[in-house]
Design a protein around this ligand. Structure first.
Ligand SMILES: [Zn+2]
Length: 333
């Protein structure tokens, strides 16, 4: 057998083997339906835990600096955007929300921006409907932090509850900060009017849901599948989550990192961070842990669906999007 015939034979044998392994080792995963393939909801199996990543839309703003990287030189900043294939003329970040099905619960982490951030946002309810879930079916909403793009979807324009049957859960530290007599942000780089309107919005929202609110502690296991953890800086009590089923897990780091250039340049920061330097420290710590442990991350704002790893390439860290082939199903092995 000549060399090319031999390699053809090997290739054929390999394909046959792979097909038989596939056919006999794996049960097919049930899809949502036979014809509809929603693009705004992605089923994600973490072990046997059924979750979905849902799009709340896109946050789109006309400029990137100074919201991000307020102190980086324009030349340096543009060079990095170019390198990372990111748009230079606008800021665009996804809004990714996870839904967890556990026992009889339908648990959302955060609620999206609702009607507050223009027509590109507030798509969570529509995305839920693509997987056959109505807002009234949601039993629990776990709040990561009280920023408008995370809790703006709790109330509609008439102040009615969008998820009328949901209980809300928040870290005591995050709640108590916003509801204190005088919440202040001495280490924010944002302007005072933005800070004050954020405080008013947070207080109003928390007051409105006070009857439906329960507190959790960092490290406490919630619903048998969630471990909250403090990641302060972006907000005083920002909570990130390990979502797990037996050995399998995903770390949802919420707003620790908004965009790929904060992976390569965590010190550039954002005006959206309540404590600019503390957020940089937290970001660096999470990045280092992710590299060391090979953690699979979910994020609220990195490119849809916000899943990926952090790798070290030379001296620089880089966001590596989780590779998946089926546009509506992911299984974490
Ligand atoms: Zn956010």
């Amino acid at each position: 057998m000549n060399r090319s015939r031999l390699s053809t034979f090997r290739l054929f044998a390999l394909i046959s083997l792979s097909l038989s392994v596939l056919l006999f080792s794996f049960k097919p995963i049930n899809r949502y339906g036979t014809t509809d393939r929603p693009r705004s909801a992605l089923k994600l199996l973490i072990g046997n835990l059924e979750t979905y990543i849902l799009s709340d839309g896109v946050i789109s703003l006309p400029s990137i600096q100074p919201i991000f990287a307020p102190f980086a030189t324009e030349q340096q900043f543009m060079a990095q955007l170019e390198k990372l294939h990111l748009p230079k003329d606008r800021l665009e970040v996804s809004s990714n929300i996870i839904l967890i099905k556990k026992n009889n619960k339908l648990i959302l982490i955060d609620s999206g921006s609702g009607h507050h951030m223009g027509k590109n946002g507030g798509q969570l309810s529509t995305s839920l409907q693509t997987i056959g879930i109505q807002p009234q079916d949601i039993t629990d909403i776990v709040i990561s932090h009280v920023h408008i793009d995370h809790v703006g979807g709790i109330l509609d324009e008439q102040d009615g509850f969008i998820f009328p049957n949901a209980q809300y859960h928040i870290a005591q530290k995050e709640h108590d900060f916003w509801m204190s007599d005088n919440p202040i942000f001495p280490n924010s780089k944002d302007n005072i009017s933005n800070i004050n309107s954020g405080i008013l919005f947070a207080q109003r929202t928390l007051a409105k849901i006070s009857d439906r609110l329960q507190f959790f502690e960092y490290g406490q296991h919630l619903f048998g599948c969630l471990i909250p953890e403090l990641a302060e800086g972006h907000s005083p009590g920002q909570t990130i989550f390990t979502i797990y089923d037996s050995e399998k897990s995903l770390k949802h780091i919420v707003d620790v990192i908004h965009t790929p250039f904060l992976v390569s340049n965590p010190e550039w920061g954002t005006l959206w961070d309540g404590d600019f330097e503390k957020a940089v420290q937290t970001r660096k710590k999470i990045i280092a842990e992710g590299v060391e442990k090979g953690t699979l991350f979910m994020t609220s704002h990195l490119p849809w669906p916000g899943l990926g790893f952090i790798d070290k390439k030379g001296t620089e860290h880089q966001w590596t999007i989780f590779p998946y082939s089926d546009p509506i199903n992911i299984v974490i092995k």
